[in-house]
Design a protein around this ligand. Structure first.
Ligand code: IPM
Ligand code: MN
Length: 360
């Protein structure tokens, strides 16, 4: 059966990194004779420029019928003053909600060769390999009621942080299962000392712990986790959290490795449909210079092969090629120590050569 891929390059370096990723994808389609159909559309600021909205109905429809969406990045200073509904970020939130992509997997790992790029001391960061499972379609991001009330004195703004039992169970299930496939440790993070919604979350996750006796389950308060991630990140295997805390903690975790240009992510729904995107943003400051690091986008393709396209073998091959790339000393500008770096458009051809070599 034909699987469908939608590529949404977006803005800034999103366009450069998706085009590198697409070269790797096309190589694998050719080598493996894969039955994949690729469509490409604009999203974010570039879609706004052409259609007056960051996500058109047509693009959303194509996304709904795709198996995997490969998303670059959106945003840029030229769109910072746009109205709320047409900001580039709305495309991201719209896709997440419309496709029910509730499970956001954000791995944070270190290639030990790059330890010096980390803001942390080598002995603290070495061998970092954690997975943050962030709930992505609920919590305070989407909770109702919400709003800004202007006709009261004082004026106010408000949001609602809400999770029902089913939402907690389905994200915790993803996290417990991920822990079972890794080092069998799960830390659930909330603010149960202050928030009712968190107290409720902790109760449900604790109860579920009984179904996973092999998993060592702990609970932590989000502020403590922020601190522990910096002091001793290797205490974690899998972290599960709600939308807002997960957003913040995953930025901390991504920064630990010192090379946010290396980290992929996946957002999945219950039918394994997924959106895959690098953790870095659109980086307008370096856009168009040909120096962006496409490895996070290419790792995101690996995650798409694993979770939505059901070719774990190809996921492992891409990951292995990236490891070889790094251990052979090749560096893009963001992770280079001196002035010796390779440009964005040299990365895919090099990786394809490694893929060929390692396949023999
Ligand atoms: C992320 C981003 C988004 C979020 C923004 C751009 C809406 O920070 O994917 O982490 O807050 O979820
Ligand atoms: Mn974020």
């Amino acid at each position: 059966m034909t699987k469908k891929i939608l590529i949404l390059p977006g803005d800034g370096i999103g366009q450069e990194v998706t085009s590198s990723m697409q070269k790797v994808l096309e190589y694998l389609i050719d080598e493996q004779d894969l039955n994949l159909e690729i469509t490409e559309r604009k999203v974010g600021g570039s879609s706004y420029e052409e259609f007056g909205k960051p996500l058109t109905e047509e693009t959303l429809d194509i996304a709904k019928s795709s198996d995997a969406i490969l998303f670059g990045a959106v945003g840029g200073p030229q769109w910072d003053d746009l109205g709320w509904d047409v900001r580039p970020e709305q495309a991201l939130l719209g896709l997440r909600k419309a496709l029910g992509l509730f499970a956001n997997l954000r791995p944070a790992f270190l290639f030990n060769e790059l330890a010096s790029a980390s803001p942390l001391k080598n002995h603290i960061i070495e061998n970092l390999d954690i997975l943050i499972v962030r709930e992505l379609t609920g919590g305070v991001y989407f909770g109702e009621p919400r709003g800004i009330v202007e006709n009261k004195n004082p004026k106010y703004g408000f949001n609602t942080m809400i999770y029902n039992e089913d939402e907690i169970r389905r994200i915790a299930t993803v996290a417990f299962e991920a822990a079972m496939n890794r080092n069998k440790k799960l830390c659930s993070v909330e603010k149960a000392n202050v928030l009712e919604v968190s107290k409720f979350w902790r109760g449900i996750v604790s109860e579920m712990g009984a179904e996973y006796p092999e998993v060592e389950l702990t609970h932590q308060l989000a502020d403590n986790t922020a601190m522990q991630l910096v002091l001793n990140p290797n205490q974690y295997d899998v972290i599960v959290s709600g939308n807002l805390f997960g957003d913040i903690l995953s930025d901390i975790a991504a920064t630990l490795s010192g090379s946010i240009g290396m980290l992929p992510s996946a957002s999945l729904n219950s039918s394994a449909q997924g959106m895959y995107e690098p953790c870095h943003g659109s980086a307008p400051d370096i856009a168009g210079q040909g120096i962006a690091n496409p490895l996070a986008m290419i790792s995101s393709l690996a995650m798409a092969f694993e979770h939505s396209l059901k070719r774990v073998d190809l996921a492992r091959r891409i990951e292995s090629a990236i490891k070889t790339f790094i251990s052979s000393g090749l560096r893009t500008k963001d992770i280079a120590t001196g002035n010796d770096f390779i440009r964005t458009d040299e990365v895919a051809p090099t990786l394809i050569n490694i893929l060929k070599d390692e396949h023999e």
